[in-house]
Design a protein. Sequence first.
Length: 78
Amino acid sequence: MKTAYAFSHETVFADLRLAAMTREREPSSKAYRQDRFENTERAAKETIEAEQRARREKTRRLKELRLSQQGGKDPATK
């Protein structure tokens, strides 16, 4: 008795190729690429600025801590 659902590799690969050809692709217009580039650039700039702010804040806190330890007093309790 033969199985009615026998698939050949050629049929499966042809179906996969057809699915790949018919699926939606990203728009490739110049304006779209430019917009994506600008968004990526803006996100990178915001990340760098946030890291710099965090570094400055950490430096400020460490400086205050060092000064309070040198003076033997906590500046918050003055």
